[in-house]
Every structure is written in C-alpha cells, then in structure tokens.
Design a protein around this ligand. Structure first.
Ligand code: C2E
Ligand code: CA
Ligand code: CA
Length: 725
C-alpha cells in the first residue's frame, strides 16, 4: 500500500466520523459520481443551524450495515435503482420494517422517471420525497433536505419527550418504593442523572429541617462527602448561591451549566442541584419540571411512610415501642436465635390512680415509669408499653432479675407533683427458637404474668410449658364457637357510615357478634386459628346481603353494606363464586356490596391479590382497604390495587380538633386523593374530630358519634330518626 492510499483510507474513515452537533446524512448510490456531486452540492452547508455530515454507501447491503451502526442518521438520500431495479425499494422496506427505523427521513432519487414507486408505497413506507436526479438542482436538493430535516427534528423531539416521559413515570414508580428518606434521595439522584444522561456526579439533594436549617440528605460524585452536613458548609459559593436563589424565588433555576430544582410539598422544602455542564434543552427542561412536580408527591409519601411506621410501632405517650414494635423486635430475636428474656411489668391499681387522681396524674405516672426503665435498661434492652399499664423489657437474662426489677419499681414515683407507691406483678419468658414467633413469646409471657397476678406472687413467675395447658380452655372455646356457628347463634350488627358533604347515609359496616361469647377482637383470631373463619365469614356475608335487601323492601335508602374479609376467605378458591351467590340469593346488585380487606391481605402475593380484586371489581363489587395506616404497605404497591376507598384507622382520628394540626391525617387524605380514592375515617367519637375531618375534606365517617353497631331492629329504629336518610 502506498503512502497516498494510506492517507485516503484515513480520510475516508475520518469522513464516517460524525462532527458533534451535525446532521447525519446517508447517501446511497451505486454511481460514484453521484456521491461526488452530492458532496460538492452540500459541501460546507449548514441547514437549520447545523453542519451536515455525509456518510456514503454504494450498495443496499453497505447502506444497511451503516444504518445498523449509526442510529442517529437523519436523512437517507437513496437511489431507487442500484444492483437491481428493486434494490432501492427493498432497502426502504428493510429500513422501516426489519430495522424498525421510523425516525429517519427518506428521499428517493432515480435516474429514470419510469421507476417512480407507486403512491401507495410512498405512503406505506413513510417516504418524504421522490425526485428524478435531473430535477434535483442544488437549490432543490437543499430545499428538499431542509424539509426532511425539519420533519426529522420534530419526530425526534416527540420521541425524546415520549421516552423521557416513560423514564419519568418509571423513576417516580421506583421512588414510591423507597421507605426511607436516605434511600429516597439517593434514588432521586440516580433517576435524574439517568434520564438526563448525566454521570451521577455533582448532584446534591438538600432538605430544610426545622432545627438544623438546610441539610444535605443525598449527594454523589465530588459532592458525596457533604452528605449529612449543613448545606452552608459545602465549600462551593456558586452552588450555595444558586440554591439560595431557588429557595428565595421558590422556583427552579436553569443556568448555563447547572440546574437547581426547587421542591415543595405542604410544609416541606427541598432542592436538587445538578451540575449539568450544559444548558438543558427545552424538552429536557420540561421533563425535569415534570419529574420535580412528581418527586414532591413521592417525597411526601416517603415522609408519610416513615411517620406511619413510627405510629405503627411506637407508643405515643412514652415514645417506647408499642405492642407491634415489641413483637417485631421479638420476631427478629427468635429468627436469629438471640438468647434473651422478656419481662412484663403490670402495675397494680393503675386504674384507681386514674380514677381518683385524674388522667394527668395517671399519664405522669406512666411517663415516670418509662423514664425509670429507660435509665436502668435503655442502653442494653428494648422497652415497650404494650397497653395501658403493662410494660415490657427485652434483654439479657443477667440484667432482668426479678429482685432488681422489683426494687427499681418499688421506689416511689413522682407524678403531677404527687408521690406514689404502686405494687406490680412480673411475668418472665425466655426468648427461644421453639417459641416460633414474637407473638408467641408475648403470649407466653402474658400467661406467666396472669398467673403471677392470679396467685399474687410478688417475685414474678417464669413461663413454663405446663402453662400452655391453657390451650385446653382455648379448645373449649373453639368447640363452643363451632356450635354457635352451626346453630346460627351468631348475630350481625351494623354501623352506619355517613357522607360528610351531605350527611346522607353512605352505607353500613357489618360486624359479627357472639352473644354470650367474647368480642370479635378475641374470637375472630380464634376462628382464623381454628379454621372456622371461612364458614363464619360466609355466614356474615349472606346475612348482611339479606338484611340489606330487607331494608330495600322497607324503602330505606341504604347504598351498600361493607363486609369484613379475612385472608383465608380471600384466598379460598371459590371465594368469588360464594360472594356472587350470596348477592344473587339476596337479589342484590353487586355494587351494593363492599368488601373490606386489610393491608395484610393487600400485601400478600401481589399478582393473586390484584387478579382477585380485578375480578371482583369486574363484577361491580366495591373494595375498601381497612385499617389503613396500621400496616406498612408501600404506596407504589397500593397504586396498583384496584380499590374504591381507604378506611383510615381510628388511631389517626383520635384527638383531632379544629384549628390543630393533624399532619398524619392530612398526609393520608392527600394519599387518598392522589390515588383517587374515597376516604372514610373510623372511630369518630366526638364533634371536634368530626369538624376537623370535614374541614380537611375527608369523604365519610363512621363512629360512636353517629351510632354504635346495632342489631337490625335497633338499626331500623335509628334509621327512622336519621334526618337525611
Ligand atoms: P374493624 O373492621 O376495624 O371494625 C371497626 C371496629 O371499631 C368495630 O369493633 C367497631 O365496633 C369499633 N368502633 C366503631 N366505631 C367506634 C368508635 O367510635 N370508637 C371506638 N372505640 N370503636 C369503634 P368490633 O365490632 O369489636 O370489631 C373488631 C374487629 O373484628 C373488626 O375491626 C374486624 O377486624 C373484626 N371483625 C368484626 N366482624 C367481622 C367479620 O364479620 N368478619 C371478619 N373477618 N372480621 C370481623
Ligand atoms: Ca372493618
Ligand atoms: Ca377498621
């Protein structure tokens, strides 16, 4: 090979390299002269502000190869007749169908007018222009190319936004899954970098915190070292200045080499700083704005999740774990085989203190006890208040000796200025793998505690296996329940649900009762344990449908009845057909029935749940998510469930009062709204709570304030008095 040829090869290879920002054009022709004249005609030209970069192919096969490698070719100038008279059109088919390139614009050229493709072909393959080579003067060629490039640019923009939108949607769904703020901000950074095509470098996410001011909650690349530090300490005055400006003006900042997103939702403020190194295109700006609007919502959701899990696992009065929180700790210990002891402490006469000295003193006493336990065991043990006056300490056996615990508790407490000395009882249970679950450890410790109370044993009682013969009593209860079920001795009571806008009846909830037996909170778990929940649930369902039909017959306008469904029922193969049969037997339309499922059902195998819910909804049956807020579901998942409404658990309602903040409740109502679901608050007991809910736009309420659950006769009487019935 001579030196000259060497250079030529280089030059040709060079030519195939795109110039940054240039239009990629592919000239396909088997005539070398056409390539030269095209190059000559287009030369140094700029079209729509950008230079042209010409790629050359001399056969259809070569063209196909180049097209496979260069996805960014904007226009192909194509000779119709090459190796064969059909070669050009064959290539067109390949481009559109096989390679699936829909963006690239096609301009056909032919030497002979006779080879014009049919109009139908031009349409079918989305061909922009067809010219004989004679027609294509330089001016004509440039005009044709300009039109084609403009079309390409439009298609490209649309395509880019579509892809961007998809990414934004995906990114937001991704973010919905994060349960903690730290993960969330890391997620935001990666997602933004992802859809802007930036390296995740020089990105920072900061949040305003009441006590600490602006705080860096996430950062990547060169800024990573500033995580968990005040924003004011980031040694980049330019960055700080841009962020300040965004906060001051409360809007995004788009500058030449960086972008600052300003995020606000409710009382929360955040910023995301992006060192883009270039101005964002209009399309990217729109995407980023859209994304920012969505992160704000996601962010609120993540906060909600954090707050809700806190509510779910902590006792609001003492700040210790509650029963669920302790159970979770125990589950972990059992699973990991940690040797530990669970001690339960029950205060005697606590109820008397409450009655005689008032709630304030009662609460003060509980707080004083919590503080004392924290001082003594806070370092090594987990502490909980299980309910009213029962506390739990979980920790090493050496620490939890009855003697020491007793002397700790026998010292007087000071509450509300009063000195109090209280007796107590102790129950102990070792945490062992054979307990199987945290719930079982709690149950065993409780058996020991009850025994200590019953026999007035001062020094506490340790659980031992013989105590489980209490199961004999349980078995007896199961036998009685089965009998009650067989003899149809169970009753169904109904509690009205009120629409807060109109004060009209929205519906009623069916709640099972066992006359002479324990309350449903006790016997429903028993029925679940003993495998009786399926016949029991069916009994309630059928009875509820019949009694709603009976109300119809009396001319009462009761929109629907809500029936509680347990997991085992929901999973039974014939569940849906049983529900449909109950409706049909009662002569009720499916939309008159609502099924209340709990978060634990909703979080079971997502595919099965979604399929079953879809099918129910397909029949027109309504579905409500019961006790919302007590589980720990991801909103991303809730989003996929076909629900009609959220029933908000009583613990979020208790204590609401007009003019006061109810941040959790506000967030939950926001979630309901964003998921386009009706909301109903449970356990509304007084007019303060009602007023708060009305002002916040909650759709419905249920609770003792309106009515307690009642038998059908009492319900009929109550309905006669309800003015807007
Ligand atoms: P749930 O579904 O959350 O039912 C609401 C509970 O709150 C009912 O307790 C109701 O009587 C009570 N309640 C209503 N308004 C107020 C109020 O203003 N203040 C207070 N403090 N409580 C109020 P209930 O009837 O004891 O039922 C307890 C749980 O038993 C139900 O909780 C539900 O999970 C279960 N259950 C009841 N009936 C059935 C049933 O037929 N099938 C199934 N699977 N579970 C049922
Ligand atoms: Ca319910
Ligand atoms: Ca509930």
């Amino acid at each position: 090979m001579t030196g000259e040829e060497d250079k030529l090869v280089f030059a040709l290879e060079d030519e195939q390299q795109p110039v940054a920002g240039s239009w990629q054009l592919l000239v396909v022709d088997d005539d070398q002269e056409v390539h030269q004249s095209t190059r000559f005609a287009l030369g140094e030209l700029r079209i729509l502000g950008r230079p042209l970069n010409l790629l050359h192919a001399h056969s259809a096969a070569e063209a196909a190869e180049i097209l496979r490698q260069h996805q960014d070719i904007a226009v192909v100038l194509l000779d119709v007749v090459m190796e064969s008279t059909a070669a050009g059109l064959e290539l067109v088919r390949l481009i559109r169908q096989e390679l699936g390139l829909t963006k690239v614009r096609l301009v056909l050229r032919t030497g002979q007018p006779g080879y014009a493709p049919e109009l139908e072909v031009i349409e079918r393959f989305d061909i922009n222009d067809y010219r004989t080579k004679g027609e294509l003067t330089q001016a004509r060629l440039v005009a044709t190319l300009t039109t084609a490039l403009r079309a390409y640019q439009q298609i490209d923009t649309i395509e880019h936004s579509r892809q961007g939108l998809e990414l934004v949607v995906k990114a937001c769904n991704q973010l919905m899954k994060f349960k903690g703020l730290a993960d969330f901000s890391k997620g935001v950074l990666t997602q933004i970098a992802g859809f802007l095509g930036l390296p995740p470098d020089g990105i920072l996410c900061a949040e305003y915190e009441a006590e600490a001011g602006w705080w860096v909650v996430g950062a990547a690349g060169r800024l990573a070292e500033h995580i968990h530090k005040p924003l004011a300490q980031v040694p980049e005055p330019g960055l700080r200045h841009s962020v300040e400006k965004a906060v001051l003006e409360a809007r995004h900042q788009f500058a030449g080499d960086h972008t600052v997103l300003y995020l606000a939702s409710g009382s929360h403020q955040g910023v995301v700083y992006l060192a883009t190194g270039r101005p964002l295109s209009a399309a990217d700006r729109q995407l980023v704005e859209l994304f920012a609007a969505n992160i704000a919502t996601c962010h609120a959701n993540v906060r909600l999740m954090e707050a809700m899990s806190k509510v779910a696992y902590t006792d609001p009065l003492t700040g210790l774990y509650n029963r669920a929180g302790m159970q979770q700790q125990l589950d972990e210990d059992v699973a990991q085989g940690h040797a530990a002891v669970l001690a339960l402490i029950d205060l005697d006469q606590f109820a008397d203190v409450n009655d005689a000295l008032g709630h304030e003193t009662g609460n003060g006493l509980l707080l004083a006890l919590a503080r004392r336990l924290q001082e003594a065991f806070g370092q090594e043990c987990q502490l909980a208040r299980l309910h009213a006056d029962v506390f739990a300490v979980l920790g090493p056996a050496a620490l939890l000796q009855a003697q020491q615990l007793s002397s700790l508790l026998n010292r007087p407490f000071t509450a509300n200025g009063q000195q109090l000395v209280l007796h107590h009882h102790l129950g102990f249970c070792p945490v062992t793998a054979d307990a199987g679950s945290g719930a079982n450890v709690l149950r065993r410790a409780n058996i020991a505690l009850n025994k200590a109370k019953l026999h007035l044993v001062e020094r506490g009682i340790w659980f031992d296996d013989s105590m489980e013969s209490d199961t004999a009593a349980r078995l007896d209860l199961v036998r009685r329940l089965r009998q009650a079920l067989d003899n149809e001795e169970l009753a169904v009571h109904y509690q009205p649900q009120i629409c807060l806008d109109s004060r009209k009846l929205m519906g009623m909830e069916a709640l099972v009762r066992w006359p002479g037996g324990p309350g449903p909170g006790d016997f429903i778990p028993l029925a679940e344990y003993a495998g009786l929940i399926i016949p029991l649930g069916l009994f309630v369902l059928r009875r509820a449908c019949r009694e709603l039909a009976a109300l119809d017959g009396q001319g009462v306008k009761m929109p629907h009845v809500s029936v509680n469904v347990s997991l085992a029922q929901f999973q039974a193969a014939d569940f849906i057909s049983q529900v449909l049969a109950a409706l049909e037997d009662a002569g009720l339309a499916p939309h008159r029935l609502e099924l209340e499922i709990t978060e634990s059902i909703a979080m079971e195998d997502p595919h099965v749940v979604v399929r079953t819910l879809r099918e129910l909804k397909g029949h027109g049956i309504r579905v409500a998510l019961d006790d919302f807020g007590t589980g720990y579901s991801s909103l991303g998942h809730l989003n996929t469930l076909p629900l009609d409404r959220l029933k908000i658990d009583r613990r979020f309602v208790t204590g609401l009062a007009p003019g006061q903040e109810g941040p959790l409740m506000s967030l939950i109502l926001g979630v309901a709204k964003s998921l386009k679901l009706e909301s109903i608050a449970e356990g509304v007991e007084n007019s303060d709570e009602l007023a708060w809910l009305e002002a916040a736009g909650c759709s419905g309420a249920q609770g003792y304030l309106f009515a307690r659950p009642m038998g059908s006769q009492a319900l009929a009487d109550w309905l006669a008095t309800w003015p807007q019935g």
